[in-house]
Design a protein around this ligand. Sequence first.
Ligand SMILES: C[S@@+](CC[C@H](N)C(=O)[O-])C[C@H]1O[C@@H](n2cnc3c(N)ncnc32)[C@H](O)[C@@H]1O
Length: 205
Amino acid sequence: MLVLVRQFLKDSRHTGAIIPSSSRLALAMTRSVRSGKHPKRVLEVGPGTGPFTKPLLRALLPGDEFHAVEINPTLSNRLETRLLQPFRNAHPEISVELHCAPIESADIQPGFDHIICGLPFNNFPPPLVRRIFKRLLELLAPGGELMYFEYAGVRAMKGPLVGVEGRRKLKRIGATAKILSRRHSGKRKLVLGNMPPAVAVRLTR
Ligand SMILES: C[S@@+](CC[C@H](N)C(=O)[O-])C[C@H]1O[C@@H](n2cnc3c(N)ncnc32)[C@H](O)[C@@H]1O
């Protein structure tokens, strides 16, 4: 957990949290990967210290493919050493790749059945939020599913602290989320067992 605090102090905008997501939120974010068809291609964006990566790796079977895209080199190295390399050694028949890059420009092929995204969208400028969602939806296979989460009521809570321009940005991010939800059959699940409580959002292509 301390590693996330250190990375947050260095770069709060990208890191977005000082506490990793809980196992409850991880279950909500990864449920359909555990029950879906095989072989499948799974992409995790912003794995951080790996709370979603662990259940995702457990859900994989021979022939499946897993990619993780993490912008932060310290968190990438940690994920590789602690989770991905040991998993590859134990399961050579499952393809596991780590890309230390921003999702906006990571060199990955589209056609993912599941994308699990842990990015702190409410910290980003609205044009970047739209660009990243566009990229994520392009990376999804037809019929695929994109999961992301946000802290419950985050825009209402941040609003009074960020000034007029900040509130305008949060409003635009909220509007983007609403449009995406309408276009992509959005479903929301409140997860109280997270610090702070969070909403897991499911979009489909
Ligand atoms: C809020 S943390 C979430 C970490 C973990 N998924 C969790 O739920 O605890 C956000 C993570 O996204 C990463 N990140 C931020 N912007 C990114 C980008 N553009 N591309 C890839 N990763 C990014 C950060 O470095 C950080 O590890």
